[in-house]
Design a protein around this ligand. Structure first.
Ligand SMILES: Nc1nc(=O)c2c([nH]1)NC[C@@H]1CN(c3ccc(C(=O)N[C@@H](CCC(=O)O)C(=O)O)cc3)C=[N+]21
Ligand SMILES: [Mg+2]
Length: 286
């Protein structure tokens, strides 16, 4: 079997068009566009590019988008003050604090400070808890975008065996929750899992989110499996590589996401979707 490519770039474009229509309707009905505010602390070059892309993407769908750049030596109190101001600003529907944060700032204190109703990353413990109890509100973008990719591939999730490799709060854990809610039988594996290859070979749906270049080998892929590669690793030569050995996996899977051009573009498109969702919910229209 040679897998079909699950084209995240094309599907993300489709999502953006859907969001653009929703934004136009929202703006006409409420006299203002949905607003997304992104906070970036420091000058990390990759983060600067990512946050600029988010700002640009918000404008392309007709939202009000703002990038707030704070110096690398910003204190925790200063950042919390900024978040408090955005929490009370009625023109702000979505707040995203770009991670990672500089070491003088405690991440948990910052994530806890964002109004859960504006938490378009879905990182606030209230949103994580709602997802875990089957009442999803704002759902983390990468897993939600990955679910959309599975839907576009026509995946049958009910009763399927899904293996998620990686247990982060941002990807692995919420991805496991979403697959479980879709009635898959979910295994949440990670870097310490014994005989990871044998666990992966059971997977009808395999989601790789560990952050180790080509950790997932071709012969770990069950014939006909759908493979979602969340990995974004920089190779020695500076090139982007996933967690899956793509060429080897491709000869066994039925569908597979490339890196780049797979999950990454879906993350940004889903952020826009979440911002529209938050805006609707805040005006009592969600
Ligand atoms: N609060 C917060 N929320 C995030 O969602 C968040 C974050 N912090 N910190 C950093 C990570 C990383 N992330 C990416 C999103 C899209 C691409 C993306 O679009 N990638 C493209 C191109 C990548 C390239 O060429 O460099 C692709 O995969 O095709 C990458 C990385 C969001 N993150
Ligand atoms: Mg791990």
């Amino acid at each position: 079997m040679t897998a079909q490519i699950l084209d995240g770039k094309a599907i993300a474009q489709k999502v953006r068009l859907e969001v653009r229509e929703g934004v136009a309707r929202f703006s006409a009905a409420h006299g203002r566009p949905p607003g997304l505010d992104v906070l970036l602390v420091g000058e990390d070059p990759a983060s600067v590019i990512y946050t600029r892309n988010k700002e640009k993407a918000s404008h392309e769908v007709g939202m009000r988008g703002r990038l707030h750049r704070l110096s690398a030596d910003t204190t925790e109190e200063e950042l919390l003050g900024k978040i408090a101001a955005l929490n009370t600003d009625p023109s702000v529907d979505g707040i995203l604090v770009q991670l990672p944060l500089p070491k003088q700032i405690r991440e948990a204190r910052v994530l806890d400070a964002v109004d859960p109703a504006k938490d378009v990353d879905g990182f606030h413990p209230v949103n994580a808890g709602l997802l875990a109890t089957g009442r999803p509100a704002l759902v983390p973008c990468t897993p939600k975008g990955s679910m959309r990719l599975l839907a576009e591939a026509g995946a049958h999730l009910a009763g399927a065996r899904a293996v998620v490799v990686g247990r982060s709060n941002i990807v692995g854990k919420p991805m496991a929750q979403l697959l479980l809610a879709a009635h898959a039988t979910v295994t949440l594996a990670h870097s310490r899992t014994r005989d990871l290859g044998a666990v992966c070979r059971e997977a009808d749906i395999l989601v790789a989110a560990v952050g180790r270049t080509r950790l997932i080998q071709g012969d770990w892929i069950k014939d006909g499996a759908i493979v979602i590669d969340v990995g974004m690793n920089r190779d020695d030569d500076g090139k982007l590589a996933g967690d899956v050995d793509f060429d080897a996996a491709r000869s066994r899977a039925s569908w597979i996401t490339p890196v780049p051009g797979g999950v990454g573009p879906m993350t940004i498109a889903t952020l826009l979707e979440n911002t529209l969702h938050a805006a609707r919910a805040r005006v009592g229209d969600g």
